[in-house]
Ligand binder design. Sequence first.
Ligand code: NAD
Length: 209
Amino acid sequence: MLNGKLVIGVIGVGGIGIAHLKAAAECPNVAGVIACDNNEAVLNKNTADVNCLAKTLDWKEVIARDDVDAVIIATPDQIHREMVVASLEAGKHVLCEKPFALHTDDCRAMIDCGKRVGKKIMIGQVCRLTPAFVLAKHIVDSGDIGELFFVESEYAHDYSTMPFHWRNDPVDKRHPVSGGGCHAVDLLRWIAGNPTEAYGYTNKKVLVD
Ligand SMILES: NC(=O)c1ccc[n+]([C@@H]2O[C@H](COP(=O)([O-])OP(=O)(O)OC[C@H]3O[C@@H](n4cnc5c(N)ncnc54)[C@H](O)[C@@H]3O)[C@@H](O)[C@H]2O)c1
């Protein structure tokens, strides 16, 4: 806290992280933001027009600060767990970008850690705040269209243009179902409720093998 207001650290200020940083900096209940990215060129370029309390290449410096109340993790999926667990254990609330992790054991470890230390975790399922989806949920919940009989959701994103990118890491590959499909699945669960049974089909057309 600073002057009775929140201090937010943003770890990873690439594509989505810089949007988080700018949005946090504009919140009336936020006193200041800390920017972190281990790519110095990205850090300097993306935050050039943002008024930050500090900028750093080392994410551990962010969570070591006493004044930081919450951190936003906007780094590659493969390293969410390490950063989320360390942040929670350092006493910070966490907003972690989706997908939370690539493996369920990582998700469970982060949730368990949050419960153990008593800090909040939120996942960046941004579609839940998109006006059209909020309206769809309202229409369904209100009963105006009667009993829900069938729902369908889809998500399309061509990641194949980024062959040397972390999204196509050959060791810990990020399948598009978790990368982008998590939006579609999350919306189905949010609007229609949890399924009792699930099955799926997939192909590999969107990734370079
Ligand atoms: N909610 C959404 O709709 C949405 C949209 C885009 C991305 N995302 C998610 O946000 C995350 C980031 O995606 P992106 O598109 O911004 O990727 P990006 O590659 O543009 O940005 C990631 C940043 O993290 C930095 N980084 C990597 N390792 C780091 C470390 N050890 N310490 C500090 N910084 C480090 C990189 O230098 C890079 O600038 C992913 O989990 C992605 O799935 C969510």
